[in-house]
Design a protein around this ligand. Sequence first.
Ligand code: GLU
Length: 281
Amino acid sequence: MADFVTRFAPSPTGYLHLGHACSAFHVWEAAKAANGRVLLRIEDIDQTRCRPEYEAAILEDLAWLGLSWNGPVRRQSDHFSEYEATLKNLQHRGLVYRCFRTRREIAAAMPAGAVADEWGFTGRPLSALEEESRLARGHAFAWRLSLAAAQDALGPRYPQLSYIDESDGTARRVAADPRPFGDVVLGRKETPASYHLACCHDDALQGVTHVIRGEDIREMTAVHALLQALMDWPQPVYRFHPLVLGPDGKKLSKRAGDRGLRAWRDEGKTPDDLRRMTGIP
Ligand code: GLU
């Protein structure tokens, strides 16, 4: 059987909850079925929200669930220079630009009825003179991937962006349309990386052949297909699993204070109980 490499890539912004356990079970089951490997990656580039104690808790919770990974853990905050090199590459090719707009300015520029804060925002680079003056005044900025420049760079490959979706057991090539996301942020003045950039960079670097992730990231995978095409990175196969919903029918989230796995553990639940609760057979 061909090499099968997948990964579990949590962000240490809180304790793992049932949604993470669900993802983890899917990831490890898939690797087991394919006699493959699971890598563990700590996605902690947002240093304002990530904390070392949550990282330690992730390792502990996975051990409690009986899930062990292959090879060393990759912690993204140890690799900023690698993401910076990717950003520089895109910068030299005119694919990213500095966007100085504040959140409020972006919100005001968004069309009425936009789905999320910034989804779909497209801007354009300032003139060299104006940019220089903003930089001299120390203004904050985001590096945005220009959809227009990407389209030019990829030419006929742009409308054919796609990826393989294997969610239902058969491999289907599906079209990937990054336009709803607009010019996504790939880095900021202080941080030369974003989730999209670091995630795709690492999937390529680590030789990930299969990405198993929640349905909530299905749409966003189009942005990843775009980055992979621009960087000539190998593209993994994708599988999206259903989400565990809370009693209100909404996706669980750390921010909403959904209870961590350790709270279930302290209450006497076993890993097998959690497996059942997440709908894993
Ligand atoms: N750090 C992301 C998360 O926890 C990883 C998602 C993914 O790329 O599979 O949602």
